[in-house]
Design a protein around this ligand. Sequence first.
Ligand code: FES
Ligand code: FE
Length: 370
Amino acid sequence: MSSTSSLVPTLPGRSYTDPEIFEDEQAKIFERLWFCAVRAEDLPKPGAFRTVQVGRENVIVVRGRDDRLRAFLNVCRHRGARLCLEQAGEVKRTIRCAYHAWSYDLDGRLAAAPNLVKMPDIDRVAYGLVPVELREWLGYAWVCLADDPPSFEENVMGAATERLGDLASIDRYHVDKLALGRRITYTVKANWKLLVENFMECYHCATIHPELTAVLPEFAGGYAAQYYVGHGAAFADRAQGFTVDGSAGFGKLPDVAREQDRRYYAITVKPQVFVNLVPDHVILHRMFPIAVDRTVVECDWLYHPDVVASGADLSHSVELFHRVNEQDFDACERTQPGMASRAYREGGVLVPSEHHIAQFHQWVDRRLRG
Ligand code: FES
Ligand code: FE
């Protein structure tokens, strides 16, 4: 089928079900590109850590005594035990292995090893934790497992400016200064690519998102997807705010321009981040693909710190996109079993309002070949 046809083929079903393909994606996508791992405010003081699964590796992100965030592979250099077992926690001075008690400073250097009388002989860096590249942006720690990470500016920051240009520059939302109002974690029984594809199109909006299309009527037309809302999707006249019932939200964030007011913008930062910008808050999704048919999504609702500090009721605000998430993830879960069916051996098709999803498929193909 040619790309000028009104129907364009998708990836074949096995792309979504074959564990070997998933392993290849882990190696060539998630372990080579920048991966949005942890919200910085989740690590408020020295010693606070989180562990995250990035591709096939487990990574510790920890705040040092100098207040800097650092990332390391969560593996003891002695005989390989996993160091931090919890997803979140706090250590006092060092990260200590529970096996033979080697301990590591928060900057990764080996601090002490029992019975090693000649510690001065030991290279504390060479036997320290294996560091992982880390950059902070939008208030998140982004990590990259590659030996030679791709340009953060081009690959991560570029995605936002490419889509939004100057007018709606993401900087105006000061996402790094916002406070976490609510976080919901979803475990979705579907391949990660189904989630990306779903997020990229709005062909489904009229069918499954009644609350969202009430606030953003142009979404009901099916064309208002990631690739089409660079101008921002306008709120319905009767919607006072981006809330589940169209009731008023909170005051617009201080630097959001008048042209950005009453508009919704969406960005995908490949491979695992979706950002939604509305005048009074920001919704940021991080995907963690954990198996060929399972994806964990952490969704953060971020508000002006004064709103969070005031104890304001966020429920009408959070509920809108929480429902959208549930509706989308239900659709993805309904789709996953079909990927293993004979009916989908050759894949399915994309209608014109979904044709840009083919670019995502080509991108995945290129990464796997590279
Ligand atoms: Fe960690 Fe031995 S494996 S101290
Ligand atoms: Fe949707």
